[in-house]
Design a protein around this ligand. Structure first.
Ligand code: NI
Ligand code: MN
Length: 221
């Protein structure tokens, strides 16, 4: 299993059988390490309808034939009308995929679509569980994820639109993943953060390993 960070909240999870792309905001992201045309995917998971998460999902799905996974209102408004293949689940539900499964879990954030819900994803792939939080503030139900026994949590630390570094440390305390990768920072001036401060704070409490990935860097699990 390989995790490649493509900037902002975009990650590519890759194993021999599948490429799973999450929140592919490449075009218009000043820190994107790749162009949308260079990215391949079998599945594209979209946490919510804001432009910095939907990004290039439609164009990549049309080019690659990837299936888009999202919540039902977001998928119905943004993806189904485009004629791309969609798996529209909802909060608490597990969507079966060719590589394993994707569980849609709550996120406290706007969905960008009237009546819709933002979500996070627990992805079971290659014998690992990866939790992508999407955009979210801190909320107490994050502690339910502890029972999922998450291997890697991808958590926003940017503040302003999502939880900031201090709340992200509290999220790590609740989720207790084996490792955490911070995301959703430094893309724009409003979300400028020092990820080393977050790393120090998590390690000071001996909560878990912290992997800092620069856009374009990957990590072999
Ligand atoms: Ni958002
Ligand atoms: Mn965002």
């Amino acid at each position: 299993m390989r995790i490649e960070f493509l900037g902002h909240a975009c990650f590519l999870l890759e194993e021999p059988q599948a490429k799973v792309l999450i929140d592919p905001f490449l075009t218009g992201n000043p820190l994107a390490p790749k162009q949308a045309e260079e990215v391949d995917a079998d599945y594209i998971l979209v946490t919510h309808g804001h432009h910095d998460h939907v990004g290039d999902a439609v164009s990549i799905a049309k080019r690659t034939g990837a299936v888009i996974v999202s919540t039902v209102e977001v998928a119905g408004e943004l993806f189904k009308p485009e004629g791309v293949e969609v798996l529209a689940g909802n909060i608490g539900g597990r969507v079966r995929t060719s590589f394993g499964s994707v569980k849609l879990v709550p996120a406290q954030h706007g969905s960008g679509v009237a009546g819709g819900l933002a979500c996070g994803f627990v992805v079971e792939i290659g014998g690992k569980k990866i939790y992508h939080a999407g955009d979210t503030g801190l909320f107490a139900d994050l502690q339910l994820l502890r029972e999922e026994e998450v291997d890697v949590a991808l958590l926003p630390i940017g503040d302003f639109y999502t939880m900031g570094p201090a709340d992200a440390v509290r999220a790590v305390e609740m989720i207790r993943p084996k490792a955490v990768v911070p995301m959703h920072y430094n893309t724009f001036p409003a979300i400028k953060q020092d990820p080393y401060q977050f790393k120090k704070a998590v390690e000071a409490q001996d909560l878990c390993r912290v992997m800092l990935l620069e856009p374009g860097q990957s990590w072999e699990l």
